[in-house]
Design a protein around this ligand. Structure first.
Ligand code: GRF
Length: 215
């Protein structure tokens, strides 16, 4: 059973989507710990409701961002975490955490990377005028949303979309592909080959909304 740790700063709906798949028995994993950098993150309420241990680590108490991330790494290691899931964690991960979990940190981004990295990916897509956007689950490196892509889902942008309507449409696909990526990892089917992520048994997986689940 895969031991996962989640890092979240806010609402935590992706965290919830993963909890739900675990509770339904579709994902053989356990969430050992939620770490947040925000004491009022709604993700904490979700952790409490599902009896998941949580920890607020205040970045202001650390001399540097590296020390902050090294503390996070220590907490995750102490609980035997094997996969770190960033779910709306609003910080760029620093080397001490990346080095502690090589190829074992995932993030979800609300755009089709490498387009529109950073904050407000949905608004960036709208402002640019693209007709298709989406979401991306990727491994985390030291850049901002630059690590190898695991799964993407394509989502149409409609002429009357606002940031809110597009965000909501994308979010419903985030909730599908993030648990899916964790499941593939838990099943040992993900291999990183340079920038390319190979999913065993599914060499053609490039993933969009018409892809069936990878079973
Ligand atoms: C999502 O849009 C995710 O793609 C981005 O941050 C948002 C987090 O939402 N990284 P939630 O906290 O999971 O509801």
């Amino acid at each position: 059973m895969l031991k996962a740790g989640v890092l979240a700063s806010g609402r935590g709906s992706n965290f919830q989507a993963i909890i739900d798949e675990i509770e339904k028995g579709n994902l053989k994993a356990s969430i050992e710990l939620l770490i947040t950098d925000n004491p009022s993150a709604f993700a904490i309420e979700r952790a409490k409701k599902h009896n998941i241990k949580y920890l607020f680590i205040n970045p202001k108490e650390f001399a540097s961002r590296d020390v902050f991330f090294s503390r996070i790494a220590d907490e995750l290691k102490a609980r035997g975490v094997e996969l770190v899931i960033l779910a709306g964690f609003m910080r760029i991960v620093r080397k001490p955490l990346i080095d502690a979990f090589p190829g074992r940190i995932m993030n979800i981004h609300p755009a089709l990377l490498p387009a529109f990295p950073g904050l407000h990916g949905q608004k960036q897509a709208l402002d640019y005028g693209v007709k298709i956007s989406g979401c991306t689950v990727h491994f985390v490196d030291e850049g901002m949303d630059t690590g190898p892509v695991i799964i993407q889902a394509a989502v149409p942008v409609f002429p009357d979309d606002t940031e809110d309507t597009l965000s909501e449409r994308i979010l419903s696909f985030e909730h599908r592909i993030y648990p899916e990526a964790v499941r593939l990892f838990a099943e040992g089917r993900i291999e990183i080959d340079g920038r390319r992520v190979k999913i065993k048994g599914h060499p053609s997986v490039s993933s969009d909304i018409v892809n069936p689940p990878y079973r």
